[in-house]
Design a protein around this ligand. Structure first.
Ligand SMILES: Cc1cc2nc3c(=O)[nH]c(=O)nc-3n(C[C@H](O)[C@H](O)[C@H](O)COP(=O)(O)O)c2cc1C
Length: 456
C-alpha cells in the first residue's frame, strides 16, 4: 500500500520593516531613513509587487539604553505603528498590514478602535501582533514601571483580547440601513452595546466603530514561553517566532501545532512564521562573503559591549571591545540591568555562559567583538537566488514553518533583489502565488472568517 502523498504547501512571505535593532547596516551608503514615509512606501510597495502576504511592524516602546546611553546602532527612533500603517493603507491595495501592539500598557477599547479603523481604511488588511512585554524598563514610559507581575502578563493579554473581540463583535455588520432618499440610519438601537466585567477590565458602553471588512483583525502572537505558546494555540491565527533554523523550526512547529486539537482547532488554523534574515548574491560564494561582511557591520564595538553586559549584568564600558573578555564574573545577585527585560533574561545561567564564552574566545583568539559576531545569529538563508529559493521551500515543505517574515539588513531597498530574483523562482516552482486571489489578509493567509471560527 502506498502512503498518501503530502500535499505541496504554499509558502507565506512577509516583510519586516526594521525598527529598534542592530540588524540594519547603517554604514552602507544605500541605507536610508527609518522614519521618513518614503522608506515605508518603498518597502511596502516592493513587498506588494512581490505579492507578499503582509508587511510587519515590530514595536519598541522604549529605545534600548544602558547606563544612560542609547545603543549606538539604535538611534533610529520608532514612529507610531497605527499612524504608519494607516498611511500605508492609502498607498497600497492588497498587502496585509500587521502591527505589534502591547496588551500590558494599553487599553482594549482604544486598541480595538484603532484596529477596526485600520481594517476599514485598508479594506480588510489589518493584523494585530499581541505582545505582552511587561518589563519595568519599558513601564517607566507609562508611569507604570513593573505594575503587572510577570506571571499575570498572559492573563491580562487573554482578557484584553477577549474584550477586544467583544467590541469587534458588538456590531454584526447589518445595522446600518439605507433609506429611500439614499441616506443611512442605524437599524438596530443595540448596535455597538457592550459590557465586560472581568478581573483586569470592567467596562461597558457602546463601541463606536461599525463592523470592519474582516470582522476582526488577524491575530498574531510572538511570546515563546509555555504560556505564550498556549495563548497562541488557543487564540492566534499566526505566530511570529524566532525559530528560523530547520531543526529548531521543526521542533517548534510540532510543539505548537500539537496543542491545537484541545482547542478544537485544525493545524491550518495557526500559521508558523519565523523571522528570517538572508544574504543574497549572484553566486553562493559571493553570498557567503556578503553574509560575513554584514554580520561584522551589524556588531560595532559599542554594540558588542552592550551585548556582553546582558550576560555580565555589569557596566563594561571601560573594556576594550577589541580586547579579551572580562576576567571578572557576572553579577548574579542584583537585577539592576535586567529590570525584566527579555533580552537580559535570555541567559538563564550567566556564570556558565560567561565560562563557555571565555573558553571559546581563548581557543579562537577572539576579542569581545569577534565573540559577539560569532555567537550571534547567522543569516537564515545565504546563497544565490536559486539556493535561497530551494532552501526556503525545503524548510516549508519539511514543516519547519509555513513561511517566513523576512528581515532585510538594508532599509528601504533590502527586499528589492529578493523580490526580483527569488520570488520568480518560487513562483516557477508553483509554491508561491503569482497574484493575489482575494482582497483581505485572511484571504492571503487562507484563514477562515472569524464568524465561522466562533460559530462553526
Ligand atoms: C519573535 C519574537 C518577537 C517579538 N517582538 C516583540 C515586539 O516587537 N515588541 C514587544 O514589545 N515584544 C516583542 N516580543 C516579546 C514577547 O511578545 C513577549 O512580550 C515576551 O517575550 C514575554 O513573553 P514570553 O515570556 O512568552 O516570551 C517578541 C517575542 C518574540 C519571541
Amino acid at each position: 500500500m502506498t502512503r498518501p502523498q503530502k500535499q505541496t504547501k504554499q509558502i507565506h512571505l512577509a516583510a519586516h520593516f526594521p525598527g529598534v535593532n542592530n540588524t540594519t547596516v547603517w554604514s552602507d551608503p544605500r541605507a536610508g531613513s527609518h522614519i521618513e514615509f518614503s522608506s515605508f512606501v518603498h518597502f511596502a510597495r516592493t513587498a506588494e509587487r512581490a505579492k507578499f502576504d503582509f508587511l510587519f511592524l515590530a514595536e519598541g516602546l522604549r529605545l534600548r539604553e544602558q547606563g544612560g546611553h542609547i545603543y549606538d546602532l539604535d538611534v533610529v527612533g520608532r514612529p507610531d505603528t497605527f499612524t504608519v500603517l494607516a498611511a500605508l493603507a492609502a498607498v497600497t491595495d492588497r498587502i496585509g498590514l500587521t502591527g505589534t501592539i502591547n496588551s500590558t500598557f494599553n487599553e482594549p477599547y482604544e486598541v480595538a478602535r484603532q484596529f477596526a479603523t485600520l481594517d476599514h481604511l485598508s479594506g480588510g488588511r489589518s493584523a494585530w501582533n499581541v505582545v505582552t512585554s511587561w518589563d519595568a524598563f519599558t513601564g517607566e514610559n507609562f508611569r507604570r514601571g513593573g505594575f503587572l507581575p510577570q506571571e499575570e502578563r498572559y492573563s491580562r493579554a487573554k482578557e484584553f483580547l477577549a474584550t477586544a473581540h467583544e467590541l469587534f463583535d458588538s456590531w454584526r455588520g447589518d445595522e446600518i440601513v439605507a433609506d429611500q432618499t439614499g441616506g443611512t440610519f442605524l437599524g438596530d438601537p443595540e448596535a455597538g452595546a457592550f459590557a465586560h466585567h472581568g478581573e483586569h477590565f470592567d467596562i461597558h458602553g457602546r463601541f463606536n466603530v461599525p463592523r470592519s471588512p474582516q470582522g476582526r483583525p488577524v491575530i498574531f502572537q510572538a511570546g515563546d514561553s509555555e504560556e505564550g505558546r498556549e495563548f497562541a494555540a488557543a487564540e492566534a491565527d499566526a505566530i511570529f517566532s524566532r525559530h528560523g533554523t530547520l531543526e529548531a523550526g521543526q521542533a517548534f512547529y510540532r510543539d505548537v501545532k500539537s496543542r491545537l486539537p484541545k482547542y478544537g482547532r485544525r493545524p491550518e488554523d495557526l500559521l508558523i512564521l519565523p523571522a528570517a534574515t538572508f544574504a543574497l548574491a549572484d553566486t553562493d560564494a559571493e553570498a557567503e562573503e556578503l553574509a560575513r561582511e554584514v554580520r561584522r557591520r551589524q556588531v560595532s564595538g559599542a554594540t558588542a559591549l552592550r551585548h556582553l553586559e546582558f550576560v555580565w549584568n555589569r557596566d563594561l564600558s571601560a573594556y576594550d571591545p577589541d580586547g579579551p573578555l572580562p576576567d571578572i564574573d557576572p553579577d548574579v545577585d542584583s537585577d539592576h540591568l535586567a529590570r525584566g527585560r527579555a533580552q537580559v533574561r535570555m541567559y538563564r545561567d550567566p556564570l556558565a555562559t560567561a565560562r563557555e564564552w571565555r573558553e571559546l574566545a581563548e581557543a579562537n583568539n577572539w576579542s569581545i567583538r569577534d565573540l559577539v559576531i560569532h555567537t550571534g545569529n547567522r543569516q537564515n538563508f545565504v546563497g544565490s537566488p536559486s539556493t535561497i529559493a530551494k532552501t526556503l521551500n525545503e524548510y516549508v515543505q519539511a514543516d519547519a514553518s509555513d513561511g517566513f517574515i523576512l528581515v532585510p539588513h538594508l532599509t528601504p531597498g533590502g527586499l528589492d533583489e529578493f523580490a526580483d530574483k527569488v520570488v520568480p523562482l518560487l513562483q516557477e516552482e508553483g509554491v508561491f502565488r503569482t497574484d493575489y486571489e482575494g482582497t483581505t489578509l485572511r484571504d492571503h493567509l487562507g484563514l477562515r472568517s472569524p464568524v465561522t471560527a466562533v460559530q462553526p
